[in-house]
Design a protein around this ligand. Structure first.
Ligand SMILES: NC(=O)c1ccc[n+]([C@@H]2O[C@H](COP(=O)([O-])OP(=O)(O)OC[C@H]3O[C@@H](n4cnc5c(N)ncnc54)[C@H](OP(=O)(O)O)[C@@H]3O)[C@@H](O)[C@H]2O)c1
Length: 286
């Protein structure tokens, strides 16, 4: 069995490779990266993990890299919609040309039906994979706890936890759990044509801050504001306008339930209880 992980230089991909290496021989694993001369690539090679170039903007690298591969993890890329669809098409066409048996793709919560602003592009990319006829598994990852590290740092420096997400809940997940669950899918059986929802316990912003306060022993206050005020505060702090727009849309989407998930397959895929937000914060802040 040969498993190739694209985006192996990234935070999720590298953890998937790490998790695979704990479960199967290094000869089963291939790390797909854009820069094969990087330090990260050298580390993989040193572990006996073959490194291949996988650039979604260069289809020939993908066709070459996917030769002899049984299962490929395609990482979602972030950026402009047209480019991202072209990249996904390149990856899927290359998988077909190379005869890859299964694609595992990192998607978004309820990507097939969700109105959350980031879900639409995942829906299109899932459809591209489905249309190929290749066996697929979608791991629909919820919001990383790690996404909050910047805000956590500001709060630890004295700022309140500013939010316009109201009572909206988020099924925050710890990225190493997602990597482990994905590794289990990549080496597992019986996952064909399945979309797994990988979410944690649904928490409000206040419940997240409560967990943070418990872990740090601080008393960080929550400051609820409306979207306009939230955006003004971010702009006032010097954030670029496109980032401000995205962060306001995130708060709005959370308020409207876009990251709440009534169902999760994370425990099933891990074979254990997922790491709670509190445990994740303990590990991240230790
Ligand atoms: N669920 C969430 O909360 C959440 C949060 C952030 C992002 N995401 C999504 O989940 C993905 C994985 O998360 P992450 O934390 O691992 O992000 P990350 O650390 O930014 O890693 C992204 C990976 O994608 C690779 N990549 C980007 N563009 C590429 C291209 N054109 N061709 C080939 N590889 C390319 C990067 O390679 P290089 O090292 O060469 O740049 C990197 O390895 C992200 O890309 C994003 O779509 C999800």
């Amino acid at each position: 069995m040969k498993i190739l992980v694209t985006g192996a230089s990234g935070k999720l991909g590298s953890k998937i490779v790490e998790s695979l290496a704990e479960k199967v021989p290094a000869s089963y694993i291939l790390a797909g990266v854009r820069d094969t001369q990087s330090e990260r690539a050298a580390v993989f090679a040193g572990q006996g993990i073959e490194v291949r170039e996988t650039d979604f903007d260069k289809k020939d690298t993908l066709v070459q890299a996917f030769q002899g591969i049984d299962r490929v993890f395609i990482v979602s890329t972030f950026g402009e919609a047209e480019a991202s669809i072209r990249q996904q098409t390149n990856a899927v066409e290359a998988a077909l040309e190379a005869g890859v048996a299964q694609i595992v793709y990192s998607s978004a919560p309820r990507a097939d039906v969700s109105e959350f602003f980031l879900a639409g592009i995942h829906r299109v990319r899932e459809e591209i994979i489905k249309a190929s006829g290749i066996s697929y598994v979608f791991v629909r990852n919820n919001w990383y706890v790690e996404n909050e590290l910047g805000t956590i740092q500001q709060s630890l420096n004295g700022a309140p936890w500013v939010t316009s997400a109201g009572m909206g809940q988020v099924g925050w997940v710890y990225r190493p759990d997602l990597a482990e669950a994905t590794a289990n899918v990549l080496i597992g059986k019986g996952h064909e044509h399945t979309a797994y929802e990988l979410s944690g316990q649904n928490l409000t912003q206040q419940q997240f801050v409560d967990a943070l306060n418990e872990v740090t022993g601080k008393d960080i206050p929550l400051l609820p504001v409306d979207d306009a005020t939230y955006g003004e505060m971010l702009s006032g702090a010097g954030l670029p306008e496109d980032l401000v727009t995205m962060l306001v849309m995130t708060q709005q989407g959370i308020r409207e339930g876009g990251l709440e998930n009534a169902h999760s397959d994370l425990e099933l895929l891990l074979g254990r209880k997922p790491t709670s937000v509190k445990e994740a914060l303990q590990q991240l802040l230790s």
